[in-house]
Design a protein around this ligand. Structure first.
Ligand code: HEM
Length: 128
């Protein structure tokens, strides 16, 4: 499940950057390639959420035993917020809102925090 989580995150990040850049160039509703890629991105959001929740639920006993409830709770929250902010940033850009750039920065900060926290928690690749 961790492999699915990581793969879905990497694909989502690439798609998010591509969709954001495409709407930045042309954010009219007839930008069909961006619209289709945005749909694909939404499927990958679901995969990120599903795999994250499955890791969380599947390791509940170990998490309790290690006493790391709080860190896992914060990690899951950062993950969910990252997905929400990615979607909101793209939609704001589509609706010609000036706040899209601010949202992009907030989104990137949330993603960096989620990646650092996920990698350093017990199941992560940077955990020793
Ligand atoms: C864009 C959003 C997200 C990003 C960037 C992200 C990033 C990561 C990364 C990099 C890892 C470490 C994977 C590894 O080293 O093999 C990880 C693990 C994990 N993620 Fe996410 N994640 C996101 C969303 C979520 C969501 C929505 C949830 C749950 C609701 C979640 C729950 C977890 C859990 C429980 C782990 C295992 C933590 C550990 O012990 O290492 N993640 N995540």
């Amino acid at each position: 499940m961790l492999h699915l989580h990581l793969t879905a995150i990497i694909v989502s990040l690439i798609l998010f950057i591509a969709v954001f850049a495409m709407y930045k160039k042309n954010n009219s509703s007839d930008n069909k390639p961006a619209l289709i890629l945005h749909m694909v991105l939404r499927v990958f959001y679901l995969l990120v959420l599903f795999s994250g929740i499955m890791i969380y639920v599947g390791n509940m006993e170990g998490i309790s035993a290690a006493g790391s409830h709080m860190q896992y709770g914060i990690k899951a929250l950062l993950g969910i917020l990252s997905v929400v902010f990615m979607e909101v940033a793209v939609v704001r850009l589509k609706k010609h809102s000036a706040s899209a750039n601010v949202l992009l920065v907030v989104t990137l900060i949330l993603i960096i925090a989620a990646v650092i926290m996920g990698s350093t928690l017990p199941l992560g690749m940077l955990s020793f």
